[in-house]
Ligand binder design. Structure first.
Ligand SMILES: NC(=O)c1ccc[n+]([C@@H]2O[C@H](COP(=O)([O-])OP(=O)(O)OC[C@H]3O[C@@H](n4cnc5c(N)ncnc54)[C@H](OP(=O)(O)O)[C@@H]3O)[C@@H](O)[C@H]2O)c1
Length: 344
């Protein structure tokens, strides 16, 4: 088998493919022959050495990657739900940039009907994240109004679909005009193109009393204003900080330090008088919470059966060109999901 190994932090050339012996699943795992791998912005943070759960669970060297699709080729003795030959997708904690992965069976799902193998590889990380953000951290009434930053990206596309499925008035924010047409396919009620429009004037125009939830993975550039644009009982959900990362390959230490310095500090005592709140999460710390992951799988399966969510369009890049995939997702210009396709 082959996997991508990153020996230490750096640019795209740090993603090196190496040969290893074939894997064997443990009792509770299934072994998947990987056909496609979802690329996430978090993988860039792992490569740059700024992803805290990568430091906690792995360290250096590391194989990035949170999700795959492929075929089960072996099952551990203690597994119950999958058989050899079955086409599946899986949510992994790292190690997905590989031609084989072993995954605990409760992080594996059959490929949903209507999904290609490439679309399936980009399902788990973004839909589990979006489902978790919406259902485990906040209570949102049926009449909710929500604003989603980076709405044409991977998690953004999943959030827009899940919010529309709940019947919320949904405003999606994009950073470049070419993303508008892409985002329209998920039918948000409004789109704000912050490259040509004043984000916060439009946000206020679309919801003068504020929003019940704002989903923000930007970081210091928007979190203060996001908080200000909540309505009473509204929640700011912070789940990333891509503002810290430059669009070039290496970590810009000055930009990252500036980001840390400029990040607003919230005072919980203020929440008592404003009736607003801030929550944050990182799902990569939660994969051992079996009940929570099962709830995500069951909830997403129901939505799939009801036809309320559809595959996120993918752009394919060969596994051998993994550095190019990182360059693309770091460029800010991508829409939907990038996937690495594996030839065996
Ligand atoms: N906490 C969690 O559990 C969790 C799980 C999954 C993902 N995430 C976070 O969610 C965010 C989205 O992840 P994704 O994989 O779906 O990525 P993505 O949204 O497909 O791609 C990144 C998008 O972020 C925006 N962006 C803003 N500043 C950027 C910068 N400096 N460099 C690159 N992009 C920048 C761009 O969109 P616009 O210009 O249109 O805004 C860009 O297209 C990331 O911050 C990621 O770390 C968090």
């Amino acid at each position: 088998m082959q996997k991508v190994v990153v020996e230490g932090p750096g640019s795209f050339d740090k993603l090196i493919i190496k040969d290893f012996p074939d894997l064997k699943p443990s009792e509770q795992e299934v072994l998947i022959k990987v056909k496609a791998i979802g690329v996430n912005f978090a993988d860039v943070c792992v490569r740059l050495g700024v992803y805290s759960s990568a430091k906690k669970y792995v360290g250096w060297p590391i194989t990035p990657g949170f999700e795959v699709s492929g075929e089960v080729i072996k099952v551990g003795g203690g597994t119950k739900n999958f058989k050899v030959g079955q086409k599946v997708l899986a949510f992994t904690r790292f190690n997905a940039y590989a031609t084989q992965v072993c995954v605990p069976e409760d992080q594996v799902m059959p490929i949903p009907e209507g999904f290609s193998i490439n679309e399936a590889s980009g399902f788990a990380a973004v839909f589990f994240t979006a489902f978790h953000a919406l259902n485990h951290h906040v209570f949102l009434p049926k009449s909710s109004r929500v604003l989603i930053h980076s709405a044409a990206g991977g998690v953004g596309s999943a959030l827009v679909q899940l919010c529309k499925a709940k019947g919320f008035y949904t405003v999606g924010v994009i950073g470049s005009s070419h993303k508008r047409k892409y985002l329209e396919q998920f039918s948000p009620d409004e789109i704000i193109d912050k490259s040509t429009q004043d984000l916060w004037i439009k946000a206020k125009e679309f919801s003068p009393k504020g929003y019940n939830a704002i989903f923000d993975a930007n970081g210091y550039k928007t979190v203060s204003e996001s908080y200000k644009h909540l309505c009473s009982t509204g929640k700011l959900i912070v789940y990333g900080a891509h503002d810290f990362i430059s669009e070039k390959g290496n970590l810009n230490y000055f930009k990252a330090a500036l980001g840390l310095f400029k990040t607003p500090k919230f005072n919980p005592m203020d929440f008592i008088t404003t009736n607003k709140g801030v929550v944050g999460f990182n799902i990569s710390y939660l994969l051992d919470e079996k009940d929570l992951i099962k709830e995500c799988i069951d909830g997403l399966n129901s939505l799939l059966l009801e036809g309320k969510i559809k595959p996120i369009p993918v752009t394919e890049v060969d596994f051998e060109n993994v550095g190019e995939a990182h360059r693309l997702i770091q460029s800010r210009q991508t829409t939907g999901k990038l996937v690495l396709t594996v030839k065996h």
